[in-house]
Design a protein around this ligand. Structure first.
Ligand code: FAD
Length: 323
């Protein structure tokens, strides 16, 4: 049955994140031929709204406010609640990012609906929409459908296909009043830790280092390889605890959950808590001196060797392929 479904886009550092388009893809499947309405909050959103239309939204609502430039729980809950009151959609899709994970349960409470969180697949089966989501730290998957109320899901970046871009598409872009009041918290300043140019949670390629990297200096060859591949650098908690890199790079149960197309694990043993953050990557390459390291059990390709020999070789060969 055709539905009206809202897809919340996410703007970070002035850029519209790719997961916004993936949210539109999920919303299209849920809408089942109905209307997909993009939603954006912040300032200077016109170009992003047009991009959402070119990438499959039928129209876009923009809530302009300087208080929505950076994610603040109260402000976003108020703004999205207002939009939901006005639109009364039958479905809502939010990116499963740090902001989305914080926002979604508050909105589910407001909608008095269920929430299917951390979705990695959305498909139609007859009249039902089936959501696939990982459970037990990615060791298994469950499938769920929503039988009552608003169909509400958060989608994990890099998993649901975004619709193909079509520059000839057009649609209404409408400003909505989202005047924010009585904020209990405000952001005074955002202090960023640099993790290189590519956002870890959306990176298509990740080169991750573990305690085997041995020092902060030891991350340099990994950075060079990530650079050649246009990817991001990640790390195990072992490497972060040893102060070889910042905790913002940590991947795993208590770090970031990532699903890149290619995950290169160098000098990482493959502890269960690390696997929880990366085992659903599409292709895993492990480089480890120890042939018995558990990381090889989840790897598609394993290289038994010293990462300080293997990684520069890989980088050199890839540079040749690129030129
Ligand atoms: P090690 O286990 O020490 O492995 C280093 C590996 O490097 C070894 O396999 C070794 O053979 C290899 N090596 C050494 N030198 C070289 C070389 N020159 N070339 C190639 N290979 C080499 N961990 C996470 O990663 N993420 C989490 O989110 C996380 N959350 C946790 C939560 C809890 C509650 C707990 C208890 C633990 C958590 N951990 C997490 C820690 C986890 O259990 C492991 O301790 C950690 O992942 C080990 O990091 P490592 O693989 O880098 O180090």
């Amino acid at each position: 049955m055709a539905k009206k479904v809202l897809a919340l886009g996410e703007v970070k550092d002035g850029e519209l994140r790719n997961v916004s388009f993936e949210a539109i893809g999920a919303a299209q499947t849920i809408a089942d031929g109905g209307e997909v309405v993009g939603v954006l909050f912040g300032e200077n959103l016109q170009a992003h709204a047009e991009a959402m239309i070119q990438n499959g939204a039928d129209r876009v609502l923009i809530g302009e406010s300087s208080e929505l430039n950076v994610y603040v729980t109260d402000a976003y809950t108020q703004a999205l609640s207002k939009v939901l009151d006005e639109e009364s959609p039958e479905g809502l899709v939010i990116p499963h990012t740090s902001a989305g994970k914080d926002l979604a349960p508050r909105i589910a409470e407001k909608l008095n609906s269920g929430l299917v969180s951390d979705v990695v697949g959305v498909e139609q089966a007859g009249d039902e929409i089936i959501f696939t989501r990982p459970i037990y730290s990615g060791k298994a998957f469950e499938q769920k459908s929503v039988t009552e109320g608003t169909v509400f899901a958060t989608i994990r970046p890099n998993n649901v296909a975004a619709p193909a871009k079509d520059e000839s598409r057009s649609g209404d872009i409408t400003a909505v009043d989202v005047s924010i009041s009585d904020l209990r918290t405000t952001i005074k300043d955002v202090v960023k830790k640099s993790t290189g140019g590519v956002d870890l949670s959306e990176a298509k390629v990740i080169v991750a280092g573990g305690r085997g990297v041995k020092s902060a200096e030891g991350f340099k060859p990994l950075e060079e390889l990530a650079d050649v591949l246009g990817g991001a650098v990640g790390a195990s908690r072992g490497a972060c605890d040893a102060e070889y890199c910042d905790y913002s790079l940590q991947i795993g149960q208590t770090g970031k959950v990532v699903t890149p197309d290619l995950y290169i694990a160098a000098g990482i043993s493959g502890a269960i808590q690390h696997l929880a953050g990366m085992s659903n990557s599409k292709v895993i390459v492990a480089i480890n001196k120890d042939p018995e390291a558990p990381i090889f059990e989840v790897a598609d390709y394993g290289i038994v060797g010293d990462l300080f020999d293997v990684i520069p070789l890989l980088t050199e060969e890839l540079k040749k392929v690129k030129t």
